[in-house]
Design a protein. Sequence first.
Length: 62
Amino acid sequence: MATSSIFANVHITTPEEAERFVRALELSEKDPPIPAPTDPIFETDHEEIMRKLRRKFGEVKA
């Protein structure tokens, strides 16, 4: 999908624009990958969930 939107939204009309576009693509390939955030920790204990909700929002009805 990303490629199709690039080709749909970029209008290149001169050889200079084409060279700049290709250069930008080449430079983007050389960027180091952005580290992904750590995996989320899913809370499954009902009492712990309620404690966190109370701390954040006050008294919560179950």
